[in-house]
Write a protein that binds this ligand. Structure first.
Ligand SMILES: C[S@@+](CC[C@H](N)C(=O)[O-])C[C@H]1O[C@@H](n2cnc3c(N)ncnc32)[C@H](O)[C@@H]1O
Length: 378
């Protein structure tokens, strides 16, 4: 993790290592593109939405997963992902054999998973742990300020992970909250954590499975909190929700807000939104930003976006740098929100990765987030 990335003296060194990373990334992307071509256009056009919106009882999911874990523990093999010295998280391993044994909601998904990482619009890579999600977890653990600031405001803490896949950043925030409650017994936090992904199968077989594998209790009353956003009872103040859908679907925002505000008059929004490897496509910048802005609490909210500085490939082209310039130059967004890069990771093995903070200009914490800009630290 690098907070003090050299901008002047070591520029040459930086450029050459960046160049090396870019070449490697281009090769990887080329591989993915070839894989994608194996599928026909017709299949591409079949959307996920039909099954993705089927209502699913979370309690049933949990019961099913727990039963399967007992009966076929091999199906729930996991890799240990090191986040920090103190924290490692389990992430379910989905190998060829496991994929064949899973009963997917989308019957085509197993074929896709065996052939490619991303199949545009249909499956966008959620079954794999991408490296930026680990960077984001590491950053969150070493910067508890995001959680601490929100806890200083006395209201329930609402967290969402957008395009969550395995959901490790949201799980890290849950671990952080558990740790804070454990250390300071006076802290009793009411929280909502919402996991959002395009694919129901990703939520069920990765995000939920990882919660269980990492010993996080999924509150039982979520029974009626459905993938389309039901009406939770809010008897219990700690809640976990799963919402599936495409960012371009207007009802997704409503579903994600509905789980926070069961009573008609309530207008709760999200205080912390985390998201990783979700800005790789320029085409999605618009809908993605609109969703974040609709979900983020204007007064306190902060969104952390972790991604490669640049992505390459025919259908790609996004990345933190492109996204930052999009945000700051688009008149619909730049009057409302500000953004800055707060860390840069260069392990010389892959693309440079960055974390961007996004917040409303009139947020109470805007000055604090602005100070975290790495440019200011140089
Ligand atoms: C490359 S994966 C990253 C997964 C995970 N965040 C990580 O870093 O390991 C991109 C994620 O964003 C989600 N996603 C991409 N485009 C989406 C869209 N248009 N609507 C909803 N989710 C989308 C995918 O389902 C997938 O889980």
């Amino acid at each position: 993790m690098q907070n003090d990335f050299p901008h002047t003296n070591e520029e040459k060194k930086e450029k050459s290592s960046e160049q090396l990373s870019l070449t490697k990334a281009k090769k990887l992307d080329r591989g993915n593109q070839l894989e994608r071509k194996k599928f026909g256009k017709q299949e591409h056009e079949q959307t996920l939405n039909n099954f993705a919106k089927k209502k699913k009882s979370i309690t049933n999911w949990v019961k099913e997963a727990e039963k399967e874990m007992q009966l076929s523990p091999k199906l729930f093999e996991s890799q240990l992902v090191k986040i920090s010295k103190e924290l490692s998280l389990k992430a379910r391993t989905l190998n060829k054999k496991t994929i064949e044994s899973i009963r997917f909601e989308d019957p085509k998904l197993s074929q896709i998973l065996n052939a490619t990482d991303i199949w545009q619009g249909r499956y966008e890579g959620g079954m794999k742990v991408w490296e930026c999600s680990v960077d984001l977890c590491t950053y969150l653990i070493s910067h508890p300020i995001f959680v601490e600031k929100q806890l200083s405001v006395s209201k329930p803490l609402n967290i969402a992970e957008i395009g969550c896949g395995h959901g490790l950043p949201a799980i890290t925030l849950l671990k952080l909250l558990q740790q804070m409650e454990g250390i300071d017994k006076t802290i009793s936090v009411n929280w909502n954590v919402t996991f959002q992904d395009l694919n129901v199968d990703v939520l069920k077989h990765c995000s939920l499975a990882n919660l269980l594998l990492n010993d996080i209790q999924v509150p039982g009353h979520c029974d009626d909190t459905l993938t389309e956003g039901g009406k939770p009872s809010h008897k219990d103040a700690k809640q976990i929700h799963f919402v599936s859908g495409n960012w371009n679907d207007a009802s997704l925002k409503d579903a994600m807000l509905q789980v926070l505000s069961p009573s008609k008059g309530d207008k709760h929004k999200y205080d912390i939104i985390v998201t990783s490897e979700t800005i790789y496509s320029l085409d999605n910048f618009d809908i993605f930003t609109q969703l974040i802005l609709d979900l983020l609490d204007q007064t306190y909210g902060v969104c952390l976006v972790c991604a490669k500085a640049y992505y390459f490939g025919d259908d790609l082209g996004g990345g933190v740098q492109e996204y930052l310039s999009f945000l700051l130059n688009d008149d619909r967004f730049n009057k409302l929100v500000d953004a800055c890069v707060v860390t840069r990771v260069d392990d010389q093995m892959s693309n440079i990765r960055e974390i961007l903070l996004l917040y409303y200009r009139n947020s109470q914490f805007a000055e604090l987030w602005k100070k975290m800009d790495i440019e200011q630290e140089d």
